[in-house]
Design a protein around this ligand. Sequence first.
Ligand code: GDP
Length: 231
Amino acid sequence: MGHQPAHEPKALSASGTATPASLEAGRLLFAAESKFSTAAGGPDSIPRPTLPEIAFAGRSNVGKSSLINALVGRTSLVRVSRTPGRTQQINFFELGGRMMLVDLPGYGFAKAPKQVVAAWNALVETYLRGRTTLQRTILLIDGRHGIKDSDRITMSMLDMSAVQYQLVLTKADKVGVKALADVLAAAGNEAARHPAAHPDIMAVSAWNGDGLPELRATLAALAQPLSEKRP
Ligand code: GDP
């Protein structure tokens, strides 16, 4: 007992793994046109899978809308600062005909009625189940606070979805270097205990752009190759 996971988590901002070519591939993909594709308000309206998908999940207010907007270099592709918990739908955004960015509804807001939590579970579990095109789920964690219990519930759910997920810490601009290193290390240790969690943890800021080129590079490696782009 008390045995630590054998592998050392690579708690980096991922700059250690990105190459100039992968950064350029990320820049290119996210410079392409992004547009709203469709929304699913319930399990029955989830669209049929087409392009490779990246899903973004996180607690309400974690900075998910701001991050997606910052990644695509737009201010309002996704609406920021909605009333927490009001929007229980999945939004699909197409990126350059090569990838679908999937904005899952936020969770963990205070005093959520039981029906809201149940609706969230039904919608998200239906989406995750057997989604053949889903390449990875990006699970956003507030960099100021680290992993919370509601994130742990989501991690357990994602462990069962058979698709890899990756933790990304948000609002890095609000966290000092030492505190961020501590949160990265703690998150890396915890991720190492989850079978479906990617060992690399990234830290980003939608506000000052830190970590965005590296995250774009990571996601571009999962997109439809340029040569297979649909017309
Ligand atoms: P969502 O509910 O997860 O979509 O979160 P939002 O994108 O609406 O952001 C929630 C709040 O966090 C807003 O007040 C944002 O301005 C703020 N926020 C988002 N991203 C960042 C960031 O990178 N740094 C800082 N300091 N604040 C952020």
